[in-house]
Design a protein around this ligand. Structure first.
Ligand SMILES: [Zn+2]
Ligand SMILES: [Zn+2]
Length: 575
């Protein structure tokens, strides 16, 4: 058991004890210990072997014995006992953002609420507003949180970037195995979905059992869930479930295709095969009349045999790609080499780590024709946002730098806050002096749908605005999207000729693939930006491109694939 999971169990224990109304010192001991454990550099497992858990500040004898119990059994007795005493639904209620143990207890004692559904009903019937410390507002907030939690499809999933890191580590390791000829990533990770559930790997081997014991014997494996003759499943640190399937070389293409998915895409392919007199499964194509099985060593051959153009994995979601491939009309998906510059970057002028010069040098290194410096506006106080006066100095500094540099154009810009009432942080007079104006919402995120939509729409109606950054505000592991009518935002962008951003930060990735595809279909131009706060982030562009490819985006749909001249004319920048 790793430190993170031990800390989580302690946090969970604290919540349950608080719900039960146990004394504060007891609950606080658990939360403090959880915090300490999360901050440790070394795994408790190792510390335990050296016999020194008790030396960790804040962890006494009692907690030490519980940690040791967890290391040995995966749980501890007091925890299991407390779990049994509290209805399962209550634990779910305490997991709703904004509802702590005390509030859950209030609902339980006063209203007899024991499940999320009962809580939702109580809110709809206005029984909550009559409770102490509650009101109409709290009631609405609870309903919104429940709805969001249900919508939150990311539950139990990992951001792409983390899954990719783990998968790469494992693949590199398996590559060293003498009994493995080739290993590949399949599943949603290969389709570059924004979040990934399990990691699926396929390997070619003539010695499946040896290959599997190599895999399950990796040092970091926490648990072996399954270890068969052709398949194994393990848990890897960070709660990653990893599946490995061993295949022979002649059916590698069929297997890779099958386990790349998606499920819907595969169903569509099976129907297509049936219409041609075949049946399709992970082993190949079977001729229904003769019973002959054709295996495929490459995916390309498989698709070709079905009469299809080769389908990039990012498109395999049954969103029209099979029909398009049949007609030979697949989109020419955008690639990294199409990107000519980055239009959303922060410097030391606000909360970035690098000077404008350092950023420009990094942009030149990446072969960019232009780079926009878009520091924060003054509402974003924590981010050292620029006052009116400093913005003018910022523009001046960029003017001067442009004289110094050849072969790259630095655009003066802002990421201007859209205030709660929809007004912008700078006057039109100031915005007019900038090359590029990005607008974004950073505070007041729990406004209701109507207010939030109106707020963003009114910003997009400003004539000086060019781009809406991170249009839904989601951050993996932190918060879901804010409540906004994205259709309305897309329509407003279309009517006002504004650009919507695909934010390449691996923790954001909004617009997501579905909304970006919608925007593209409505004829709205997109920008793929990194929102760089340190020059290494410039390479996050890869993640934004993944999202764009999943959204069928072609180079022409994207503002920052234009060359400098086209960009200037699009943004109305005088030459
Ligand atoms: Zn922002
Ligand atoms: Zn930003």
């Amino acid at each position: 058991m790793d430190n993170i999971r031990i800390a989580e169990k302690f946090n969970h224990m604290a919540k349950m004890l608080e719900f039960k109304g146990e004394n504060q010192f007891k609950t606080r001991a658990y939360t403090n210990a959880a915090r300490t454990i999360k901050g440790l550099d070394e795994e408790l497992q190792v510390i335990h072997k050296e016999g020194s858990i008790e030396d960790i500040p804040g962890i006494g004898k009692i907690l030490e014995s519980k940690i040791v119990e967890m290391l040995e059994t995966g749980t501890f007795e007091a925890y299991e006992k407390t779990m049994d005493e509290i209805p399962a639904g209550i634990i779910e209620i305490m997991n709703i953002p904004g509802i702590g143990p005390k509030t859950a207890r209030l609902f339980y004692e006063k209203l007899g609420v024991q499940t999320v559904d009962e809580l939702s009903r109580a809110a709809r019937e206005h029984r909550i507003r009559r409770l102490p410390r509650m009101g109409e507002k709290q009631e609405e907030k609870i309903l919104r949180s429940i709805a969001r939690q249900k919508e939150d499809k990311n539950h139990g999933r990992h951001p792409y970037v983390l899954a990719k890191e783990i998968a790469t580590e494992i693949v590199d390791f398996l590559d060293l195995c003498p009994d493995i000829e080739k290993v590949a990533i399949a599943g949603s990770l290969r389709r570059k979905q924004d979040t990934v559930g399990d990691i699926d790997l396929i390997a070619i081997s003539k010695e499946p059992e040896k290959a599997i014991s190599y895999f399950t014997g990796m040092e970091k494996v926490e648990e072996v869930l399954e270890s068969g003759t052709a398949k194994a499943a393990i848990i890897y640190p960070g709660n990653f479930h990893v599946d490995l399937r061993i295949v022979s070389r002649d059916s590698y293409g069929s297997m890779l295709q099958h386990f790349t998915g998606s499920k819907e895409h595969n169903i569509h392919l099976r129907k297509l095969a049936i219409s041609k007199g075949y049946s399709l499964n992970e082993y190949g194509l079977t001729d229904e009349s003769t019973g002959n099985l054709t295996k495929f060593s490459s995916e390309e051959d498989l698709y070709e045999n079905l009469g299809l153009e080769y389908l990039p994995p990012e498109l395999r979601e049954d969103r029209g790609e099979v029909e398009a491939a049949l007609r030979g009309k697949l989109p020419q998906l955008i690639e990294r080499k199409d990107i000519k510059g980055d239009l959303h970057v922060h410097s030391t002028w606000s909360d970035g780590a690098n000077t404008i010069e350092e950023i420009v040098d990094a942009a030149i290194l990446r072969g960019y024709e232009y780079i926009a410096i878009t520091d924060h506006s003054h509402s974003t106080g924590v981010a050292n946002g620029l006052s009116d006066k400093r913005l003018l100095e910022h523009i001046n500094a960029i003017d001067k730098l442009n004289e110094k540099y050849d072969g790259i154009r630095i655009l003066s810009g802002t990421e201007c806050d859209i205030r709660a009432d929809g007004k912008l942080d700078y006057s039109n007079n100031l915005l007019e002096q900038l090359d590029i104006v990005i607008v974004a919402v950073h505070a007041g995120l729990d406004q209701d749908r109507k207010k939030m939509t109106k707020r963003i729409v009114s910003a997009l109606e400003n004539e000086h605005v060019d781009i809406l950054a991170h249009p839904t505000g989601r951050k993996f592991g932190k918060r879901p999207a804010y409540d906004v009518d994205i259709e309305k935002v897309i329509a407003t962008a279309k009517d006002n000729d504004k650009v919507l951003e695909i934010n390449s930060s691996p923790w954001r990735l909004d617009l997501d693939d579905i909304n970006a595809k919608r925007a593209k279909e409505r004829g709205v131009m997109l920008a793929i930006n990194t929102d760089t706060h340190a020059i290494d982030h410039l390479d996050n562009i890869e993640f934004g491109i993944n999202m764009a490819r999943r959204a069928w985006v072609e180079p022409d749909d994207v503002l920052n694939t234009k060359d400098l001249k086209q960009l200037c004319s699009k943004l109305g920048i005088p030459k």
